[in-house]
Design a protein around this ligand. Structure first.
Ligand SMILES: Cc1cc2nc3c(=O)[nH]c(=O)nc-3n(C[C@H](O)[C@H](O)[C@H](O)COP(=O)(O)OP(=O)(O)OC[C@H]3O[C@@H](n4cnc5c(N)ncnc54)[C@H](O)[C@@H]3O)c2cc1C
Length: 551
């Protein structure tokens, strides 16, 4: 059952208590409650995902940031972005960020997972080990417009029975031009299916959309488990601390949690008989660890927090993907810009979606994707070792968008556009999450350190130049009028770097703030089985454990 009031929770022992309902929390709530002998409590600070109808509608994903279902926080000033603080949204509702994200579904390169297995000394994290699981979670469905997807995705490598519904997008005006470019410019080869383990090239996006609706972790994993009498979900409630409940040998046992609905409201507490599982995401998990006395003792003492476990890597090593939203004016009678400007069109498209779940509102913003590498002879490699996981792993990404979309500039009131987002997917900059106060209701200091290294600024600059080369192909001759706004003024390398710093944002992939390392290693926060080092009864199951962000 779903509870909104902590005082109404049944007075029963819980086997597992899960903090946060993002992909990690939702999947575990489902899998653990499948055993009727175990009782599971899932605590989520945000409201139910039914409070915002736009969550289900793929095209309206951009309205969810900021909103009543997202953390509306900002970064500390970013040196790499010219000192700007930028919005730092994450999902704050059932399903976590999968309820507000852009739904691009991608497995990444095999070498990313193989590197994770190597670094952690646990072959369970390898591509071969996880490939079967990644197929089992999928249910590949036809696109909403029912078009023949032959050549756009390889069904043989996807699942057809899993809980997460996936599909490719409806066709758009960009498709044939993008595809034709891959035959005209050798540097941009076509890739029929980027989920094969080798994502390099240009291909159709796969999305966690089924039957025209978002397939979030909540829809896929919580909804089917809601009728189980051994699963309780408590919403609108912040876990403020994990609590030591005893010791085993010299190790503290952390099987307790405290939670509250406001800073001044009553504090509640419950214990798990087996484990507390943190799935609060790469910003909130390290914050919660530190508030609980697990972290760098020097930092904790600044806030008068008693150190229970000194783990200096908590909150360190933060990574995220910088994004530059490059806009191009296009010669077209219709782009998705029209939907945003024309109320009648908007209402008609919305009505179509509500009636039969077809039409433009079934689409997310990313039509096609590109995963690309810097050339081997790039000058940066004289100074910096290639940070990618192997020759089939990209350094940067293209996301093709059939409209103007910028997180830095306001949307023009006239004109039609195409955008190519260029995203840096192998950053070498490392940021941090640190406490700003000992009050769990305060935001921590969020520092993703975007574009903060020579490699990062070099790569994003080269990515922007690659996007300019892409639209210079003959396929775009009658369509692209030219770069728009500040991009049109950026000609030299130095100008493109300045443009990247003044217009850069992020693509909301925080990770690695409670990173995994080999069992027994003093470095890191969790072991490869995701148990928090030097503790008993506490695990982390979210993006904070990844040594490097996967794609
Ligand atoms: C706008 C946006 C667009 C994105 N687009 C894509 C995309 O297209 N494709 C893609 O693969 N990825 C995308 N992502 C990223 C992806 O959604 C995340 O990487 C992923 O959801 C991270 O999962 P997580 O479990 O680490 O954290 P989250 O999904 O953020 O879940 C954490 C949950 O824990 C809750 N929580 C936090 N602290 C507490 C607490 N103390 N007590 C109780 N509950 C708590 C939060 O409210 C949240 O619900 C996007 C993200 C955003 C924000």
């Amino acid at each position: 059952a779903v509870y909104t009031d902590p005082s109404k929770l049944p007075n029963c022992p819980y086997t597992y208590i899960i903090v946060g309902s993002g992909p990690g929390g939702s999947v575990l709530a489902n899998r653990l409650s499948a055993n009727p002998n175990d009782r599971v409590l899932l605590v989520e600070v945000g409201p139910s995902d039914t409070v915002n109808p736009n969550i289900s509608i793929p095209f309206l994903c951009t309205t969810l940031v900021p909103s009543n279902v997202s953390w509306n926080q900002t970064t500390v000033p970013q040196t790499g972005l010219g000192g700007r603080s930028i919005p730092y949204p994450r999902g704050r509702t059932l399903g976590g960020s999968t309820s507000i994200n852009y739904m691009i579904w991608t497995r990444g390169p095999a070498s990313d997972l193989d590197r994770l297995a190597h670094v952690t000394g646990d072959s369970g994290w390898s591509w071969d080990s996880l490939r079967r699981t990644s197929v089992e979670v999928e249910d590949l469905l036809p696109p909403p417009d029912g078009h023949d997807t032959t050549g756009e995705i390889n069904p043989a490598i996807h699942g057809s029975n899993g809980p997460v519904e996936i599909s490719v997008q409806d066709t758009t005006a960009l498709d044939s031009r993008i595809f034709n470019t891959t035959t005209q410019l050798a540097e941009f080869p076509f890739n029929e299916d980027m989920s094969s383990g080798n994502p390099l090239g240009i291909g159709w996006s796969q999305l966690s959309i089924g039957g025209g609706q978002r397939s979030s972790a909540s829809v896929s994993y919580l909804t089917p488990a809601l009728s189980r009498s051994n699963l309780d979900i408590l919403v609108n409630t912040l876990v403020t601390k994990v609590v030591q409940t005893g010791t085993r040998g010299s190790l503290p046992i952390f099987r307790g949690v405290q939670f509250a609905q406001s800073a001044s409201g009553p504090l509640f507490s419950r214990n798990a008989t087996k484990e507390v599982i943190l799935a609060a995401g790469a910003v909130n998990t390290p914050q919660l660890l530190m508030l609980s006395g697990i972290g760098d003792s020097a930092q904790l003492s600044q806030f008068n927090i008693r150190t229970v476990v000194n783990l200096p890597d908590v909150g360190k090593n933060m990574q995220d993907h910088a994004l530059i939203p490059n806009a191009f004016s296009v010669n077209s009678n219709f782009t998705n810009d029209d939907i945003g400007r024309n109320t009648t069109l908007f209402q008609n498209d919305l009505a179509q979606w509500e009636a039969i779940h077809t039409g433009p509102f079934t689409q997310s913003i990313g039509v096609e994707l590109g995963w690309l590498r810097l050339p081997k002879n790039s000058t940066i490699f004289k100074k910096v070792k290639d940070p990618s996981s192997g020759p089939q792993a990209p350094h940067y990404e293209f996301i093709f968008v059939n409209q103007f979309f910028s997180l830095a500039d306001s949307t023009p009131t006239t004109g039609r556009f195409m955008s190519i987002f260029t995203n840096l997917v192998t950053p070498t900059s490392r940021g941090s999450i640190t406490l700003a106060s000992a009050n769990p209701f305060d935001a921590p200091n969020i520092d993703p350190a975007l574009l903060n290294s020579d490699f990062d600024i070099f790569t994003i600059r080269e990515a922007v130049k690659a996007a300019l080369r892409f639209v210079a192909a003959p396929a775009w001759k009658d369509y692209v009028i030219g770069p728009f706004g500040a991009l049109a003024e950026a000609k030299t390398d130095a100008e493109i770097e300045a443009y990247a710093r003044s217009h850069g944002a992020n693509v909301f992939h925080p990770s690695s703030t409670a990173l995994m390392s080999r069992k027994g290693s003093a470095h890191g926060v969790v072991n490869p089985d995701l148990r928090v080092k030097k503790t008993v009864g506490l695990r982390i199951v979210d993006a904070s454990v990844l040594v490097r962000m996967l794609r």
